[in-house]
Design a protein around this ligand. Structure first.
Ligand code: GAL
Length: 658
């Protein structure tokens, strides 16, 4: 397990570094991430490199038993590059060229920026490849943003040419007959200005794919250099969890050795533990392997506005939650709060003055518990029989056509996840290309963009005995984002045993009462955002609408198909109905929590050859009693436990059982 902080030696007098390293060591740290924003310090002038300060910092850390992850510094270009090459600047949708300052102000397509990036990455790789204390690389920092410059437009046109081969094929796939948009040369294809103009949805989806691919491509440029020059050091990038909408993280992660991400639960609002759980599960799911949190909130967040301080116990609790969901590394952002710069109010573990206080003590206590656990969690995987299918294509398509302000792809995903999470059912987040064999239950919210291959995989899964849940807005478009020529849910209609007769967009935020039926006769609740009016083609009814002109019509159904079942949810179920549905699904599929715990106590399990590690996290403000039944070894404290144990508010236990 790696435990540490993001450290910026360049922000502090060198005389202070040893004291920092000493305090880190005392807190149980064994890793720091450094250098990801230090380009100008490493290369003050083109081709003139200065790594001495970083060598010293790495060596000093190593003397204290602390290894280093180095960031490539490309997220924040030096002024001397952007001044000499203004064409490397990112252009916003409204055509404004980003001024210098801030960060993420470069265009990922820019040829000249790529050349500069290659030079600094190669110099770092050459310099550090053989340094045994550099244990990994982070590429850039939090990729994201879209660019609308001329290079991106030309890049997009080339990307389309590769995707479609001929203009005729593209015109046909996009339906450019509409509004006479038939393209007769690739150079005519624009970048969409969605904020102000309506565009062809095929153009819009493909532009999003292109931009996502462009970041993956830019990342690959750096990866190739590192793999060649520093082949023994694994490579990562710090992603932004489930919440970040603009990159296909499955693609971005495919080229990395491991995924890391940045977790700020108390940033502008109160923490939502279920959403955090989803974010962790998503980051683990990208490569189906353990991940790190490269930036774990270590103090109050803040830019222009200063946000609330993490309550006592929250910082370690959030870090434990990450470990419970499969993190093998926790790196706090940041060690000490900067005394200057855009983030002088984004607090670290230490405040501006650098004197340890409550947050340091909490982090140190966690470090002691981790030392007691030692290497026991190494190689363990998070258990889970439920899969949720995350489609970035669908998510991108809704960004261009959200349907209404209440039908939000991430929101419905988070709602359904919450119902699973509340039952402590281990969940894996998978892509539409994933193999589904072995999962007891698969939930695919709003799988809007679909082709025969995806549909076939889902049908096979159900035919072979799986239980699949799909929702409204499933199978609506093909891969070009044109609407299918069939009754919805299109390619899945036969399997679902229903068709959508018509739909009602609940655009003003009104809700529709739902009444359970059949196996869910006891249930009630409401449908939000959208209402499909369903015609039964063999399915049984699980809930009906109880309002509006479709009162009495089916809203949720289940259909037997092969050896399995397909559930169609024609609306966005509120928490009551989603809870009842998930309860029934858990019962009928036999999926259950590792142990029964009171509401608000999160339970996960990490499993390895060493045994099963039960994580219990009391996310409530009250003491909770959990009946462990069979006993085991509690590893954070190092004691034997069995039967009923008490968990203080924000208390965490890790119990190893056979
Ligand atoms: C992250 C970013 C860090 C730092 C932090 C606090 O998103 O990766 O560099 O900016 O937020 O704002």
């Amino acid at each position: 397990m790696y435990y540490g902080a993001d450290y910026y030696p360049e922000h502090w007098p060198e005389e202070r570094w040893a004291q920092d390293a000493q305090m880190m060591r005392e807190a149980g740290f064994n890793v720091v991430r450094m250098a990801e924003f230090a380009w100008t310090r490493m290369e003050p002038r083109e081709g003139e490199f200065n790594f001495g300060w970083l060598d010293d910092a790495i060596a000093l850390m190593a003397e204290h038993g602390i290894e280093s992850v180095l960031g490539t510094p490309t997220a924040a270009p030096p002024a001397w590059i952007m001044d000499a090459y203004p064409e490397a600047a990112l252009v916003t949708e409204d055509g404004r060229v980003m001024t210098y300052g801030s960060r993420r102000n470069y265009c990922p397509s820019s040829g000249v920026y790529r050349v500069h990036s290659q030079r600094i990455v190669a110099a770092m790789a050459e310099h550090y490849a053989d340094n045994p204390h550099v244990i990994a690389w982070q590429i850039d920092n939090e990729f994201g943003g879209r660019c609308y410059c001329a290079d991106c437009q030309a890049g997009f046109q080339q990307w389309l040419r590769e995707r479609y081969g001929t203009l005729d094929a593209m015109n046909a796939a996009w339906g450019t007959e509409f509004w006479s948009h038939i393209y007769t040369a690739w150079e005519q294809v624009p970048l969409p200005w969605e904020a102000t103009r309506l565009h062809n949805p095929s153009l819009a989806l493909n532009y999003r794919r292109f931009m996502s691919d462009t970041y993956a491509d830019y990342q690959r440029l750096q990866i190739e250099i590192l793999r060649e020059l520093a082949p023994d050091q694994p490579i990562s990038h710090n992603l932004m969890g489930f919440g970040y909408p603009n990159l296909d993280y499955f693609d971005l992660a495919a080229d990395l050795d491991f995924v890391t991400w940045d977790n700020y639960p108390r940033f502008m609002g109160t923490p939502n533990l279920s959403n955090r759980g989803l974010a962790h599960d998503t980051m683990r799911g990208l490569k189906n392997k353990p991940f790190w949190v490269m930036e774990q909130q270590g103090g109050p967040t803040g830019n222009a506005v200063v946000n609330a301080t993490p309550r006592p116990g929250e910082i370690p609790f959030w870090a434990w939650q990450a470990i419970a969901h499969g993190a093998d590394g926790i790196v706090f952002f940041r060690w000490r709060t900067a005394r200057f710069g855009a983030e002088e109010y984004w607090h670290g573990i230490l405040d501006h003055h650098g004197i340890p206080s409550r947050r340091y003590r909490e982090v140190k206590e966690m470090g002691e518990a981790l030392e007691r656990i030692g290497d026991k969690l190494d190689g363990s995987r998070v258990a889970g029989d439920v899969a949720m299918l995350l489609s970035y294509d669908s998510r991108f398509a809704f960004q261009n056509q959200p349907h209404n302000p209440h039908l939000d792809y991430p929101d419905i995903f988070q709602r359904l996840y919450r119902s699973v999470w509340e039952r402590n059912l281990g969940t894996q987040i998978v892509s539409p290309e994933a193999e589904l064999d072995g999962f007891e239950l698969v939930i695919a919210p709003m799988l809007y963009v679909m082709d025969e291959e995806i549909a076939q995989r889902l049908r096979d899964y159900v035919r072979n005995g799986g239980t699949l849940v799909v929702t409204c807005r499933t199978g609506v478009t093909d891969m070009d984002n044109g609407i299918v020529d069939a009754k919805l849910p299109g390619l899945l209609a036969e399997m679902c045993g229903v068709t959508v007769e018509e739909y009602d967009s609940l655009d003003d935020g009104r809700t529709v009462a739902l009444k359970g039926a059949g196996e869910l006769a006891h249930a009630g609740g409401a449908g939000l955002a959208w209402a499909d009016v369903l015609a039964l083609e063999g399915a049984e009814v699980l809930a009906r609408y109880d309002a509006d002109y479709y009162a009495g019509e089916p809203a949720i159904t289940v259909n037997r198909y092969g050896a399995g079942r397909a559930v169609y949810v024609g609306t966005v179920p509120d928490s009551d109905m989603a809870g009842a549905l998930l309860g029934w699904l858990a019962e009928t599929t036999g999926v259950e929590s590792a142990i029964q715990a009171p509401a608000g106590v999160e339970v996960t399990e990490r499993v390895s050859d060493e045994g099963r590690f039960l994580f219990l996290l009391n996310g409530t403000a009250q003491e909770q009693v959990v009946d462990l039944g069979e006993g085991g070894e509690e590893r954070t404290r190092g004691e034997s436990v069995s039967g009923e144990i008490k968990l203080e508010p924000l208390g965490v236990r890790v119990v190893q059982r056979a």
